[in-house]
Design a binder for this molecule. Sequence first.
Ligand SMILES: [Fe+2]
Length: 254
Amino acid sequence: MCFVVVQITDCHLFADRSKELRDVATWPRFLKLLADLRERVPQCDLLVLTGDTAHDELAATYREIAGPLQPWRAKLQILPGNHDNREALAEVFPDVCRSTNQRLVFQRRSAPWTILGLDSHKPGELSGRLGAAQLNWLEQRLAEAGPSDQFLLMLHHPPIPVASAWLDAIGLEDAQELRDLAQRFRQVRLVTCGHVHQPIAGSFAHATVLSTGASGPCFQARSAQLRIIPQHPIYRVIELHENGEWTSQVVEVP
Ligand SMILES: [Fe+2]
């Protein structure tokens, strides 16, 4: 038996379903992705949207997505990205988005795994920041853990460089502070993020960092500037095993 986490990221949706982002119609991609997920991952235990859900940052957009996400509502978590509105998210999804230290974080447990959602949203900015209060909260969660516990951290901004100068300029500002924690607590095994609209893998203290392609537009890897490439919508499945191991697949929606 394993605990199945599905990550969808960077949907970049609008309240007006016909609106496009840089000539990419984001709503049809999102709906196709959900249909594929329903068919291909029926055993999903936790569905996490890791930010940039609403490109227009409107409560109306969150109300619009509530319908299509209804089948997963009891297992849903939504983290804010740079293109999101924390207050509007909490207003439309009060049962899903709960505030701790004014951040929308979550905690789920399936022994030996704990999944922690972190909020790197910085209002009005493209870069991200966890902040001292949230890092303290994280440190307390890690300090409570036993030696055989395992942690999956999920957040919008990647804490590692991604070889695209324009994205590295708008990364996670306090990545070093997060790295220091992950260095002290070996139980941090896996970190998954969005923001970069492309698959990335790297090491981070004792953990592996994975990002995934987007539900919305996908970006060219190793590019000095923003370049959109024709690619199907993508989501990630992560299986957390009882023996502390994990496996993951990137699923491209044809
Ligand atoms: Fe994004």
